[in-house]
Design a protein around this ligand. Sequence first.
Ligand code: MYA
Length: 147
Amino acid sequence: MQDVIKVHCFGCGSLNERGLQIKSHWAGPEELVCRWQPQPFHIGHPGVVYGGMIASVVDCHAMWTAMAAHCRDSGIEMDGTALPFAYVTGKLSVSYLKPAVIDQPLELRARVVDKGERRSTVECVVLQRGQECARAEVIAVRVQPLA
Ligand SMILES: CCCCCCCCCCCCCC(=O)SCCNC(=O)CCNC(=O)[C@H](O)C(C)(C)COP(=O)(O)OP(=O)(O)OC[C@H]1O[C@@H](n2cnc3c(N)ncnc32)[C@H](O)[C@@H]1OP(=O)(O)O
């Protein structure tokens, strides 16, 4: 998706060469997946991924999940043409359940679990080697396109 709609966002922007370059894909009718390999400098405690990095990856993946679900529900093609809206983070709540090791990829699985007029509530689980290491609830709010 991020290869089609190109943005500068630190987390997901394909135009940001210093960013995390995360990519989100549909992986079933309701769920989007994102796989991300932490780098050695994303470290917190020795050998363990810094929790703020996990929150950053979750944040972007949740915004794309909200956007993709809204586009699907509204019949809007995500084909690279400018969209008449964007999504911003209203709230991000992460529970860290197990340490995530720095040298293994993370897999994020997210879905919209509730939707208001402009608000989407997204649940996201973060897995490593099949084990859940974090779980998040994110409020995404649809806004006018940002400059
Ligand atoms: C152009 C193409 C772009 C493509 C972009 C690709 C994606 C890029 C991804 C980039 C990723 C980068 C990600 C980033 O880094 S985004 C950057 C970090 N986030 C921000 O800067 C957001 C700052 N805050 C605001 O702008 C406003 O406060 C917003 C817009 C959020 C709401 O102010 P607004 O006056 O507009 O809205 P409203 O009050 O009428 O509320 C509307 C609905 O929202 C619900 N609500 C609001 N806030 C909260 C909250 N805290 N908890 C729970 N719910 C909340 C509210 O209950 C209501 O729901 P409902 O009652 O209708 O159900």
